[in-house]
Design a protein around this ligand. Structure first.
Ligand SMILES: Cc1cc2nc3c(=O)[nH]c(=O)nc-3n(C[C@H](O)[C@H](O)[C@H](O)COP(=O)(O)O)c2cc1C
Length: 375
């Protein structure tokens, strides 16, 4: 029998296991599985092992699962044929089985809809003939690689996101998340270093939201008013951790306004360490600021329960378990509404159940080897 931790920590952990009720999404608790690419879906098809992996998290107390990034219907959407697709019969049948398993276990699940943009090297499988695409054809370092996207192709990608949203609803998902973070296609439009366009899709920070806003509107018109749309955003970009879309709260407000108007219901605010203040003069993190500025529910993320940030995992680094008191205090203060957990849940499907039951002594350090297996 495991030892229960008494006192403030156990009591405070209740904040994580209170039901969440918003206009369009109700959850049994505040624990969200963060989207994590696993690349275990040969030819883009998520199989029985992927379904079992997600179901295991739902069975063990995760309130909402955000799937790994899954690729909309565009030939250059990914450079990895083992990343799951979100179009075509076989991948969507695979996803329908994932949804059924999670629902049987009492969980909820949304797909993270993804296009990697210019982070994909030209010539990559599964469609080596398709050139990689981005607002200005630039890599994240600002170097020119390809021609800018034409307006027609932008519109066709927007439509592809809308079709994916319709499919998500059709096969029973509980909402969608749009991957607008980390320097991938949507974020390449947001960021001044990768978007030099001088048409309607470029210009100042507000104008650079048009692509994302068009996608949100296309998804909204595909799924109707009641289906939740989550947008994941980040200031940082892969390899550019000091990048900032918004340098002040006022810029953040300007950036968020058209996205709220387009129909985003929940913002998933990706940071690598949830405790870092976003702007000087306040303790609020990005999720805290976005909630304060928009009034919308927000999801926080970043090193929950671990002492090292997630990129270390790709360099073979382990992270040790840390206490979560500071996180729970912020949640109790309603700085944000939901808490996404990445590596801890990747390595241990029972992480949420252990925290819920006060079995903190059973939590395991994160080991990079966990990336190799899908359990
Ligand atoms: C193996 C791995 C794959 C990831 N893939 C994605 C992804 O597909 N989409 C995404 O938005 N974030 C992705 N992330 C980032 C996580 O969603 C999360 O923000 C990050 O791991 C920080 O949370 P953690 O510190 O709890 O691990 C990935 C992280 C890891 C470790």
């Amino acid at each position: 029998m495991s030892k229960k931790v008494d006192g403030p920590l156990t009591q405070a952990a209740e904040a994580l296991f209170k039901p969440f009720a918003s206009e369009k999404l109700q959850l049994s608790n505040r624990v969200v599985m963060a989207p994590m690419t696993r690349a275990h879906s040969p030819n883009g098809v998520p199989g029985a092992d992927v379904a079992a992996y997600y179901r295991r998290r739902a069975e063990n107390g995760v309130g909402l699962i955000v799937t790994e990034g899954t690729i909309i219907d565009h030939p250059a959407g990914t450079g990895n044929p083992s990343v799951p697709s979100f179009h075509g019969e076989a991948p969507l049948e695979g996803w329908a089985r994932v949804v059924a398993g999670v629902h049987e276990a009492g969980g909820k699940i949304v797909p993270q809809l993804w296009h990697v943009g210019m982070t994909r090297p030209n010539g990559s499988l599964p469609n080596p003939e398709a050139p990689s695409v981005g607002p200005s054809g630039l890599g994240l370092d600002g170097q020119k690689i390809n021609e800018p996207l034409s307006v027609e192709e932008i519109e066709s990608i927007v439509e592809a996101f809308g079709r994916a949203a319709a499919e998500a609803k059709r096969i029973g998902f509980d909402g969608i998340e749009l991957h607008g973070a980390h320097g991938y296609l949507i974020d390449q439009f947001f960021w001044e270093q990768t978007n030099l366009r001088d048409d309607l899709y470029g210009g100042d920070l507000v104008s650079r939201t048009k692509f994302a806003a068009d996608i949100v509107k296309a998804c909204r018109s595909a799924v109707g008013e009641d289906f939740p749309i989550i947008l994941r955003i980040s200031q940082w970009k892969s390899g550019f951790y000091e990048a900032k879309l918004a340098k002040t709260p006022e810029e953040l407000r300007q950036f968020l306004t058209p996205l709220v108007e387009a129909g985003v219901d929940i913002f998933h605010c990706s940071t690598r360490r949830f405790w870092e203040p976003e702007f000087a003069g306040s303790d609020l993190n990005l999720a805290g600021w976005v909630k304060k500025l928009t009034g919308k529910p927000t999801i926080t993320v970043g090193s929950v329960g671990l002492d090292g940030e997630f990129n270390g995992a790709f360099r073979g680094q382990s992270s040790n378990v840390t206490e979560i008191g500071g996180l729970l205090e912020r949640l109790e203060r309603e700085e944000f509404d939901l808490v996404a957990v990445g590596r801890s849940l990747l390595a241990d499907p029972s992480w949420a159940a252990k925290v819920r039951d006060g079995r903190f002594d059973e939590l395991q350090p994160f080991k990079a080897e966990a990336l190799q297996t899908l359990f």
